[in-house]
Every structure is written in structure tokens, then in C-alpha cells.
Design a protein around this ligand. Structure first.
Ligand code: SAH
Length: 354
């Protein structure tokens, strides 16, 4: 099996590979492509979780609307600006504002916050606000937002419907359909999937990876599914795929998916996610960075809100002070022979000859 121009059946074969030495070859091939195409820079994106209100009922997420025990918060513009200034002080080139799908964050309010960040800092701005109407997405782009993240979670239509019930009064979700809208508006477009969601088959995950290539994504976020006990997929016995077909929610599978993603989308910005560091806190972010990833998203959410953004339990680094996390991360990057990226860290595009 070669590592270039991977065909769909080869992606599937790599996902099924059980030989540890072969799996390590895959990871090393992806690391080599990462080094050649995007280099040693690791782009650091300051993550600000600006609200944990949500109107959706995603079956995996601890912030889903029916989760009555979650104390809800919404950051003020001044709090967000303070976190953005902290990102600047650490030398980060981007802030990512993420939230539940919260219509208490109005189109105008967020546009105002984006304008302030763009006027008062040199930061690139990424948004991850769920499936907002096109008018909101357009206004935020107009206000200066550069990028938008919306994971499609799975390309298996049946599983997708099962884990994304449509709440009354909300439009049916089709996250894949939103991606061309984001592209048309001029955003850099990010998507991705969870790995090991109950019911996710290896064959469907192979199709997800092939779809990343077809969509020509600029950013691809992937992390292991982590069961949240207060959700339909967390408590009791969730419906899994047949023996041998269910994707494991392991760090090892996540690393192979990161590697395959780098091989099929060599130019993409690919984070080593907090979810990966959560399932393997010892190896932490490093293992993702050695299997194709080139981005880390340090959490800059103020300490008093951090634990309330509980999409899954026991999030890695939840109690870390941003300064402490930052210094440890720089030391780890140095030990890996990598360096923090400078500037906004947009998706690079190789010339046609590349
Ligand atoms: N409301 C935004 C942000 C959601 S949180 C949106 O809908 O895009 C960002 C990502 O966290 C989700 O896209 C999902 O892939 C991941 N996530 C949510 N719950 C999770 C869980 N229990 N385990 C692992 N990842 C989870």
C-alpha cells in the first residue's frame, strides 16, 4: 500500500490495520507529509468558549438543551476582549470563539464583538457557533471573521439523524449543506468528525475521510467521542455498530484518522484536539502533533466559566491557568523539534506543481 493518492478502499484498509508496526508506518508517513507541506510551525489558536447555552439536542453533547442541571453562562464583550488580549500577549495569531447554538448571542452583538477584536488586535477570528442562519454568518463575515468551524460529525445519514434530533421549531440539521454557504461567504472552512461515536462504522469513517478531500476543507478537527453520562449516548447501553465494525473511541484510532486526514488533505490545518489529550493525558497533545496535526487550541476561557463548558466530562487542562499551559506547551513543542507559528496561520496552498 502506498501513502499518496490514497483510494477509498486503501483508507478503509488502513483503518482496519491491526499490526502495530504498520500503523506506526502510517503515522510516520503522515508526519513526513506534514513536515514537507506545512513545516515545523504549530499554529496556536486561543479558544474562548463564549456561551454554553444551546437550543439543540445533540445526543452526545453535555450542553444539549434538555440538560437542565447545567448552569448556563454567556460572556460579555469586555470579557471576550480581555481573553483576546491575553491571546495576543502569548503571541497567538488567532482566537476561536465557540459556543452552543445560542440565539441569546444576537447577530448584531457578535458582529460588534468581532469588529472590536479586529480593530483592537491583530488577531484572525474563527467562529464555531453552530448552524446559524445565513444572514448571521454573512453579517459576521462582513464584520471581519475569517474562519468558521462546523464539524459534520458523520457522513452516515442514518447515524446523523439518530444523534441530531430536530427540536421543535428548529430547522432540520444538515451540516454538510452549510459548508458551501460558508465557502461562498468567503470564510476559511473547517469541519470534521468525532471518532468512535456509538453506531459509527469503520466503513462510514473511511467515507468521512474521503469526503474531507472532496470538500477541500481548510481545517479539519477530529477527536475521540467521550461519553457524557447525562446524555442519551452516555448513559446506559448506547446502540453500537456490530462487532468488528464499531469504530473504537481510542487515542490510537484517533491518531490513525489524523494521519489519514493529513495524507488526503496535505495542506489543511489540523488540530491535535483537547478530546485526544483527554483520553490520553500522558501523551497529551504531542501524539497528535506527531501523526499529522499542526495546530493546538489552548483554552483561554476564564476560569469561572471553564468547567461549565462541559461538552464531555474531565476535559484535559480544565483547571490549567493559561500562562502555565502556555509555558508547558512551548517546552513540549521545543522537545518535539517544533516551533510556535507566527502570524494568522492561514491554510497554505501549494502551487500546482507541488
Ligand atoms: N455548537 C458548536 C460547537 C460544538 S462543540 C457546533 O455545533 O459546532 C465542538 C465539537 O465538540 C462538536 O462539533 C463535537 O464534534 C465535539 N463534541 C461534542 N460532544 C462531544 C463528546 N461527548 N465527545 C467528544 N467530542 C464532543
Amino acid at each position: 500500500m502506498s501513502f499518496t493518492n490514497l483510494q477509498d478502499h486503501e483508507i478503509l484498509a488502513w483503518l482496519r490495520e491491526e499490526d502495530g508496526a504498520r500503523v506506526r508506518e502510517l503515522w510516520q508517513a503522515a508526519d513526513a507529509v506534514r513536515a514537507e507541506v506545512v513545516g515545523p510551525q504549530v499554529h496556536l489558536r486561543g479558544l474562548i468558549e463564549i456561551s454554553n447555552y444551546c437550543c439543540r439536542e445533540c445526543a452526545y453533547c453535555g450542553l444539549r438543551a434538555p440538560a437542565r442541571d447545567v448552569a448556563r453562562y454567556r460572556m460579555t464583550a469586555d470579557e471576550i476582549l480581555a481573553a483576546a488580549r491575553q491571546a495576543v500577549s502569548f503571541g497567538y495569531g488567532t482566537v476561536v470563539m465557540q459556543a452552543g447554538e445560542d440565539y441569546g448571542i444576537t447577530r448584531e452583538a457578535l458582529a460588534g464583538t468581532i469588529r472590536r477584536i479586529k480593530a483592537e488586535t491583530p488577531l484572525a477570528v474563527t467562529l464555531s457557533m453552530g448552524e446559524r442562519p445565513e444572514e448571521d454568518l454573512a453579517a459576521w463575515r462582513e464584520a471581519g471573521a475569517d474562519r468558521y468551524l462546523l464539524r459534520f460529525e458523520t457522513s452516515d445519514a442514518e447515524l446523523y439523524r439518530r444523534i441530531h434530533p430536530t427540536p421543535p421549531g428548529r430547522a432540520h440539521r444538515d451540516r454538510i449543506a452549510v459548508l458551501p454557504v460558508l465557502r461562498k461567504l468567503g470564510y476559511e472552512v473547517g469541519s470534521g468528525v468525532m471518532i468512535g461515536t456509538p453506531g459509527q462504522t469503520v466503513a462510514s469513517l473511511a467515507r468521512d475521510i474521503a469526503l474531507f478531500r472532496a470538500l477541500d476543507l481548510d481545517m479539519i478537527g477530529e477527536g475521540p467521542f467521550i461519553a457524557h453520562p447525562d446524555t442519551p449516548l452516555g448513559g446506559g447501553a448506547p446502540r453500537t455498530a456490530p462487532e468488528g465494525e464499531q469504530v473504537p473511541d481510542s487515542a490510537r484510532m484517533t491518531c490513525s484518522v489524523l494521519a489519514l486526514t493529513r495524507l488526503v488533505c496535505p495542506e489543511a490545518n489540523i488540530p491535535s484536539t483537547t478530546a485526544l489529550a483527554t483520553v490520553d493525558p500522558i501523551a497529551g497533545h504531542e501524539q497528535g502533533l506527531r501523526c499529522g496535526a499542526n495546530v493546538v487550541m489552548p483554552n483561554l476561557t476564564p476560569g469561572r466559566y471553564r468547567a461549565l463548558y462541559s461538552i464531555y466530562p474531565d476535559k484535559e487542562g480544565i483547571h490549567d491557568d493559561p500562562q502555565v499551559f502556555h509555558e508547558r506547551l512551548l517546552a513540549r513543542l521545543h522537545a518535539l523539534g517544533r516551533e510556535p507559528g507566527a502570524g494568522p496561520g492561514n491554510r497554505i496552498r501549494r502551487t500546482a506543481a507541488g
